[in-house]
Design a protein around this ligand. Structure first.
Ligand SMILES: *Cc1c(COP(=O)(O)O)cnc(C)c1O
Length: 392
């Protein structure tokens, strides 16, 4: 079976360094907030180009704590994408605020700024864009809306470690932009909004060996607030000020993540090369739409294609599902991210919303095998199988 993601090659490659790192931690024994946590936080801050990086115990907690540290809570509305993993919405809910789901751009799966603007009310406090599958969202437009309506932007970077922002939209080349927008070009996700939230869940671009997460921000006050919230709401031990969390990044995880961090630029580059090969060989298959190209700052957490419907009379999703079954028979694993958009989840059953693009995508998306170490011959098998499904 060719898996969607194979983590074993990088573990094998880095085994010695990983073992040495864990041995160091076992020897000094400072398992909670040991020295490796601070040094990993510094490495991340430096790599991304941000003032503060605060390790926490998951991407979900990174979102929750970043939102709370930004002052989001009871009575607030937070606009986010309907086409994301539930944790985005869940973390908003956990602050006491209400997630307001908006539709996405079908070409890059990310939140549609026009839909965001329509969803703004007097209660709206923040926007949480998700850089889905590793493709930066339309940050310039979103930041413009943030300015216009006084909204904070907290980026969900769970899938976008190392992705950098390039163009505001598909038809924008850059030169026509005002200075403030040009300054955003090439900046890392997680450094554009007031805060960013990263996940180190094992399957993410920078994946650990268990749960982990990180908050990034240039704002000193937000950083201090977040650091306090992650240790039970105490600035000084045993002097708890507010209800916080037990949400620290383990020393052991930090030490291991530090090892992988040294290679993240190369790993993301290898993902882009894999994407480029898919692009070259699948460009002529009319029945599918390919994701955005590597020069858009994409890091391909997933390589997700859209399988278009054969005709109006065909059941939505039928051709995508047949392709998935065909690939499975050929020994190729694929995944559907996400089969149910947030607004259609059982928990939101009462809302009765209709978001046409998110609903279109749930029937069309299919994520193909992707990873820094996807073997050329395996990828060729995937490409051949996709082509032969459509050409017979
Ligand atoms: C994985 C993920 C999260 C949650 O991260 P965890 O570390 O699993 O808590 C949040 N948002 C998105 C888009 C994700 O993919």
């Amino acid at each position: 079976m060719i898996p969607v993601l194979d983590l074993q090659p990088e573990i094998t490659l880095l085994k010695k360094e990983l073992q040495e790192a864990s041995e160091r931690v076992l020897e000094h024994g400072r398992f909670i907030m040991g020295p490796e946590v601070k040094s990993f936080e510094n490495e991340v801050a430096q790599y991304l180009g941000v003032k503060h990086a605060i390790g926490v115990n998951s991407g979900t907690d990174a979102l929750l704590i970043a939102l709370r540290a930004a002052g989001i809570g009871e009575g607030d509305e937070v606009i986010t994408s309907a086409f994301t993993f539930f944790a985005t919405a869940e973390s908003i809910e956990m602050t006491g605020a209400r997630p307001v789901f908006t539709d996405v751009e079908p070409y890059d799966f990310n939140i549609d700024p026009d839909a965001v603007e329509k969803a703004v009310t007097s209660k709206t406090k923040a926007i949480v864009p998700v850089h889905l599958f590793g493709k930066p969202a339309a940050m310039a437009r979103l930041m413009e809306l943030g300015q216009k309506y006084g909204l904070l932007i907290v980026e969900d970077c769970a899938q976008s470690f190392g992705a950098c922002y390039h163009a505001a939209c598909a038809d924008c080349s850059g030169e026509c932009m005002p200075d403030w927008r040009q300054k955003l070009m090439g900046k890392q996700t997680g450094t554009l909004g007031v805060a960013g939230a990263f996940s180190f869940f094992p399957s993410k671009n920078l994946g650990g060996f268990g749960d982990g997460g990180m908050i990034t921000t240039d704002d000193d006050d937000l950083a201090e607030e977040a650091s306090m919230l992650r240790v039970h709401g105490a600035r000084k031990k045993y002097h708890n000020e507010v209800l916080g969390y037990n949400s620290r990044l383990d020393t052991l995880q930090a030490a291991l993540l530090s090892v992988k961090m040294k290679h993240i630029g190369r790993f993301n580059e290898q993902r882009r090369e894999v994407a480029q090969r898919y692009h070259e060989h699948l460009a002529d298959v009319e029945e599918i739409q390919l994701p955005a190209r590597p020069d858009t700052g994409h890091v391909y957490h997933q390589y997700t294609i859209r399988v278009k419907r054969a005709g109006k009379s065909e059941n939505p999703g039928k051709r995508r599902d047949s392709l998935a079954s065909y690939l499975k028979e050929q020994g190729i694993q694929t995944m559907i991210y996400y089969p149910v958009p947030c607004h259609l989840l059982p928990i939101y059953e009462g809302q009765k919303m209709h978001l046409p693009n998110a609903e279109l995508l749930k029937d069309q998306v299919l994520s193909l095998p992707m990873g820094p170490f996807l073997k050329k011959e395996d990828q060729e098998r995937v490409i051949e199988a996709v082509c032969s499904f459509f050409r017979g």
